[in-house]
Design a binder for this molecule. Structure first.
Ligand code: PEP
Ligand code: MG
Length: 325
């Protein structure tokens, strides 16, 4: 099986009915980089910058950050790379960064909330990203955006760093694209306003589903009870795709579901043309989509989601569809 996936590496990710789908990979450390080439990824859809911080015993210096980001861009060799700014707090703890104990860390002082309060940390990182991308395209996205004001502040920080570096005659990125992760349901009710502030969005379905269903993503006792392949969540994802289309903003999904062939099938059927996953999933997902008629599945999904009282679960419908095709 592994050999079969290997043989697919250079085969274009195109469905039976001619739809191209960008199969991107998630990464976070230097050791992941050879996989861009080995797995035939179309780029890095999520680079989790906090991993460098999590494995270090002291805060990584700007120069160390810059060196890593530059190595990532070198390894991607012109393919797009989306860097996510520090997503710490919650379950991601930095031993050298003091944080008070919290009753609900997932809902607490984390990610962009922490970064905006301690702009020094974020500015250092943005500076490292800008310098590492000299002459190349830089794509940056912010985690756990809850309110659009946070996004405005984050954009201000990056434009200040941009101006600062330009003043000191540093070479700047050829192009800068800014994005938001959609991980908090509050964004679902301000999609049009959100899309006007960004060049792209990426759905962090691990967190979005956790908050959508109020179900801890790490708690096995309950995680089996609620299904990310269910009509309400699919409708939410469809709303995001529709809003992206209205504003010509590209929409990607980079949570774990992108790497599970049945979920990836649902996402492509729903309308996603770009998904980002763990590198080992690219082969299996590509094998699935090469056999898929995305237009036909789209009709089946649309019909299902329009039903008020469907006879079977959405997951079951997908399983039957996959069996029959
Ligand atoms: C997500 O929440 O889906 C995501 C991709 O981010 P992380 O898993 O790093 O929280
Ligand atoms: Mg997340």
């Amino acid at each position: 099986r592994q050999q079969r996936y290997q043989a697919l590496r250079d085969v274009p990710a195109r469905t039976q009915d001619g739809q191209d789908v960008a199969l991107l990979m998630n990464a976070g450390l230097l050791v992941d980089l050879p996989q861009v080439e080995a797995a035939g990824a179309a780029g890095i859809g999520l680079f989790r910058t906090e991993l460098q911080f999590m494995i270090a015993s002291t805060m990584p210096k700007t120069s160390d950050q810059e060196r890593l980001y530059s190595a990532v861009l070198d390894a991607a060799d012109g393919k797009p790379v989306t860097f996510r700014t520090l997503d710490v707090g919650g379950d991601k703890v930095l031993p050298y960064l003091h944080q008070s104990p919290e009753e609900n860390p997932a809902l607490g002082y984390r990610a962009l909330r922490l970064a905006l309060d301690r702009p020094g940390l974020m500015r250092t990182q943005l500076r490292a990203l800008l310098k590492a991308s000299a002459g190349r395209e830089l794509r940056v996205m912010f985690p756990m955006v809850t309110d659009l004001e946070e996004l405005r502040q984050a954009r201000d920080l990056i434009s200040r760093e941009f101006k600062h570096l330009t003043r000191f005659a540093h070479a700047m990125p050829r192009r800068l694209k800014l994005g938001a992760m959609i991980e908090v349901p509050s964004l679902l009710f301000q999609l049009d306003e959100l899309m006007q502030l960004v060049d792209f969005v990426s759905i962090g379905s691990n967190d979005l589903f956790q908050f959508f269903c109020a179900v801890d993503r790490g708690n096995a006792q309950i995680s089996g009870r609620f299904d990310d392949l269910s009509a309400p969540f699919m409708r939410a994802l469809r709303e995001i795709l529709d809003a992206g289309q209205r504003h010509s903003v590209s929409v990607t999904l980079c949570g774990e579901m992108a790497g599970r062939p049945l979920s990836a099938m649902a996402l492509i059927g729903l309308g996603f043309r770009s998904i980002s996953m763990t590198s080992s999933a690219i082969g299996p997902v590509k094998a699935m989509l090469l056999d898929l008629d995305a237009g036909d599945l789209h009709h089946a999904i649309t019909a299902y989601l329009a039903e008020r009282h469907p006879r079977q679960t959405f997951r079951r419908m997908l399983e039957d569809y996959a069996q029959a095709h």
